[in-house]
Design a protein around this ligand. Structure first.
Ligand SMILES: Cc1cc2nc3c(=O)[nH]c(=O)nc-3n(C[C@H](O)[C@H](O)[C@H](O)COP(=O)(O)OP(=O)(O)OC[C@H]3O[C@@H](n4cnc5c(N)ncnc54)[C@H](O)[C@@H]3O)c2cc1C
Length: 626
């Protein structure tokens, strides 16, 4: 039986002790909330994920979604429809958006914390709620009052679901190539004609209606992304009283068979095959791509969270297993054939694997939740009319979004693979959840703009935006931390390694800058992905060390309260054996020191590789396709 382990202690540490969630509540934007209420929501999300979402993740993975060609309908695996309704009733849909239309208005930091549990417990299920929430938010931001009144409450309350429809057979990464047409009907609506593929939750039986956010080109508009508009296209036309009316000629032509996320229907959608599919323009004609970026950016952060959450879930499962599984004697008694077998967690190579998982997954959780926190700070600054502060925090969200998406999903995949490895043959078996986590997490590097595209976005747009101001904000954040803690009594040398990694990142920043100035774009394009990885390593190291500084202070506090000298090894060993909090903080110190000693020293090497100017991949003359 697969189990989903909830590490609430780690989540509360990030929210309360590292981020300081309560500080957000001093602003007018969130002043209606009490900290205890927000933390209760996070705990309720954890409980719901463990008790409702995790069990159906396992069964849904085996059952898959079913397509019925006779009528084009799709049925979800058992339990999904009921879980969706429960999820909505608990107020989790649209929880970060406007209470006026059925949202809850909690900070994004809390949305991310709850999302961590939801997506970690059941990635397939979580996609439906994320897409519904973000499609509704498009209507909230760009829709007319009439569209808002028609759709929002029904979507935020779980009556209707939502999707995002960009991809077509010829338009994957190259979204500008969409061929779906929109022809004005003369009454404010448009006739939509086209085909969309790979549409997540493109059809299902969880809700009575499905609202598609569709990219299409109004007849006569220019080719490429500049001619694309955004439409809201319901599966059934809504009646004025909020009930559903006529079928809107939105047909599901089939579902994909795929590696993972088996309980997420990936549909081919045919729009207007019989000539009567109606859509309504959201926002301005030809500005659809820019508007859709609101949903894409939110989805990118959600995909990063998906990677981080899978990493944490897989790590917890591997840790639980490693404490139980007995194999071989202790390494100090290797030659003694009669020595008792020990749990595999006692073997150094298994320890190393587990520490890798702990460091990456906890570091990424902190990183991802901070992106949510920066979004909250930007919102608060905007509401207070503080544009300088808004620019700073919004800039951090912008530059960190592609890194969160790509690093989170890539390292999420690596960590789940290490979890499988930790468990040996049993890790490979469907009896345990880690092989599913591995299959489910892989999609994160592909959808929402492949990770290669995220890297190009980072080097081509994000680090150069506002003449590098956002990049400078990140570097200043690192500089400030390093200056403040370089002489730390315990972590000084780990901070020095972070400083060296920061310098390596800076050298690549300069290399890219001079390459760009001299028109050497190939050097930048070829190294966009290694650069994003380096960027992610440095940020993860920073967040782990930030946690370690806090943990050190807390651990010293415990020692003082108990009259223990922390330099006395034996006394500390006893404290760690007896005191759970002390163990938690000590674990934070160990993870940060491990990452600083084992991963951050690779940064100068990675920077050297980037700056080598190697162009072999492009110079390579490959065989013609036979
Ligand atoms: C399970 C699943 C669910 C999905 N859900 C949705 C959904 O809900 N809505 C939706 O609209 N789409 C969805 N997609 C589509 C997804 O976003 C696309 O698959 C993705 O954007 C990549 O497009 P592609 O598959 O056509 O790959 P391609 O665009 O053909 O890319 C193939 C490879 O080439 C690289 N590449 C392509 N162009 C460039 C370039 N200019 N520079 C450098 N490298 C490049 C890519 O990085 C990739 O490695 C989903 C896909 C899957 C598999």
């Amino acid at each position: 039986m697969a189990d989903f382990y909830v590490d609430l202690r780690d989540m509360l540490f990030v929210l309360n002790e590292q981020i300081g969630l309560d500080a957000l509540l001093k602003s007018d934007v969130y002043s209606d909330w009490e900290i205890d209420d927000l933390l209760a929501i996070v705990e309720q999300a954890a409980k719901f994920s463990k008790e409702v979402l995790s069990p159906i993740a396992e069964t849904g993975d085996k059952e898959h979604c079913q397509y019925h060609p006779e009528d084009g309908s799709v049925t979800m695996p058992a339990g999904y429809k009921e879980a969706y309704q429960q999820f909505a009733e608990l107020g989790f849909l649209g929880m970060g958006y406007s209470p006026e239309y059925g949202g809850m208005g909690v900070p994004q930091t809390v949305v991310m914390a709850c999302g961590d549990w939801f997506v970690g417990a059941n990635t397939s299920f979580d996609l439906s709620t994320m897409l519904t929430t973000e499609a509704a938010h498009l209507v909230e931001t760009f829709g007319t009052e009439e569209l808002k009144n028609t759709y929002l409450e029904n979507m935020y309350t779980g009556k209707w679901a939502g999707t995002m429809c960009l991809t077509e057979p010829q338009a994957g990464t190259d979204v500008g190539a969409v061929k779906t047409n929109a022809i004005p009907n003369g009454d404010g609506s448009y006739r939509i004609e086209g085909q969309k593929i790979f549409i997540t939750y493109g059809d299902h039986d969880m809700t009575e209606n499905i609202i598609h956010a569709v990219l299409a080109r109004v007849e006569g508009d220019p080719p490429g992304t500049k001619g694309i508009s955004l439409f809201v296209v319901p599966k059934y036309l809504p009646n004025p009283d909020g009930s559903i009316g006529e079928f809107n000629d939105v047909k599901c032509a089939g579902l994909e068979n795929k590696m993972g996320i088996h309980a997420s229907p990936t549909a081919t959608i045919v729009l207007g095959e019989d000539g009567h599919c109606k859509g309504w323009l959201l926002g301005e004609q030809s500005k659809g791509m820019r508007e859709m970026f609101q949903m894409m950016n939110a989805a990118r952060r959600a995909v990063g969270l998906q990677g981080e959450a899978a990493a944490n879930a897989a790590y917890q499962a591997a840790l639980a297993y490693a404490k139980e599984r007995l194999q071989s004697p202790h390494y100090t008694k290797m030659k003694d054939k009669t020595a008792p077998k020990v749990a595999i967690i006692e073997h150094p190579d298994v320890r190393r694997l587990l520490m890798l998982q702990k460091a990456y997954s906890e570091g990424m959780r902190s990183f991802l939740l901070h992106v949510g926190y920066f979004a909250d700070r930007a919102r608060i600054a905007h509401a207070a009319g503080n544009e300088e502060e808004f620019d700073k925090y919004n800039g951090l969200v912008e530059i960190m979004t592609p890194v969160a998406k790509a690093y989170g999903s890539d390292m999420g995949f690596r960590v789940t693979e290490w979890a499988v490895q930790t468990m040996g043959g049993y890790g490979y078996m469907a009896e345990y959840p880690v092989e599913r986590y591995l299959r489910d997490v892989k999609i994160g590097s592909i959808y929402e703009g492949t990770n290669g595209v995220q890297a190009l976005d980072l080097v081509g747009r994000k680090i150069t935006a506002k003449t590098g101001a956002n990049l400078m904000t990140v570097m200043a954040m690192l500089n400030e931390f390093i200056a403040a803690h370089k002489d730390h009594p315990l972590l000084g040398s780990a901070v020095a390694r972070l400083a060296a990694a920061r310098d390596a990142l800076n050298e690549v920043n300069m290399y890219f800058f001079t390459s760009g100035q001299s028109g050497e774009f190939l050097a930048v394009l070829l190294n966009a992905t290694p650069y994003l990885e380096l960027f992610g390593d440095v940020l993860t190291g920073y967040y782990l060390l930030d946690q370690a500084v806090i943990a050190h202070e807390k651990l010293e506090g415990i020692c003082q309260a108990k009259g223990i000298d922390s330099s006395r090894k034996r006394k500390m060993r006893k404290l760690l054996a007896d005191d759970r909090d002390a163990r938690f903080y000590d674990g934070k110190l160990k993870a940060a020191v491990f990452f600083s000693n084992s991963i951050l020293p690779l940064a100068p090497g990675k920077a050297d590789a980037i700056r080598s100017g190697d162009k072999s991949a492009m110079d390579w003359v490959y065989d013609p396709v036979e």
